[in-house]
Design a protein around this ligand. Structure first.
Ligand SMILES: [Fe+2]
Ligand SMILES: [Fe+2]
Length: 151
């Protein structure tokens, strides 16, 4: 497990963006299986994506959240939003995994499709709001919104 304080913001950004790239590749793979209607491959690929995704959100909480928290006066809001979103995603995953186990494609397909479109949206918005290079700079000077106010 990474130790929070040893990673620079740019390295954290790179790690999380690499996870997102990996997730997008996995989602593309799932789309292929949705089209080809190969249910065993779809279930396997979805389970792998979910396993990776759970590690990804843990990583965001362990290495990204502490840096976001300190980065500017919106840090707390960003971190709260992230945690709420992750709580929601963990619930959705529980439902998805239980349906994968039951193997009923009529239920699996719409749930996978919904999870995928939510995940694309989630990654886009994280990249805009929490992972921009302007935000995660290595020369971290934490300045509040009011002039002269430093944390
Ligand atoms: Fe996230
Ligand atoms: Fe993410």
């Amino acid at each position: 497990m990474e130790t929070k304080n040893e990673l620079k913001p740019s390295a954290i950004r790179k790690t999380i963006l690499e996870d997102h790239a990996q997730l997008r590749t996995m989602l593309k793979n799932i789309e292929t299986h949705l089209q080809s209607k190969k249910s065993d491959l779809l279930i396997k690929a979805t389970q792998e994506m979910v396993d990776f995704f759970l590690k990804h959100i843990e990583r965001e909480e362990s290495i990204l959240a502490p840096v976001l928290q300190e980065i500017d006066s919106w840090g707390g809001v960003r971190v709260d939003r992230m945690k709420q979103e992750h709580a929601h995603q963990r619930q959705e995953i529980q439902l998805l995994v239980s349906e994968l186990k039951q193997g009923k494609m009529m239920q699996i397909i719409p749930r996978v499709e919904k999870f995928m479109s939510d995940l694309y949206e989630d990654m886009d918005s994280e990249e805009k709001e929490c992972l921009s290079p302007d935000l995660l700079k290595d020369d971290l000077v934490t300045i509040g919104n009011y002039s002269g106010l430093t944390k």
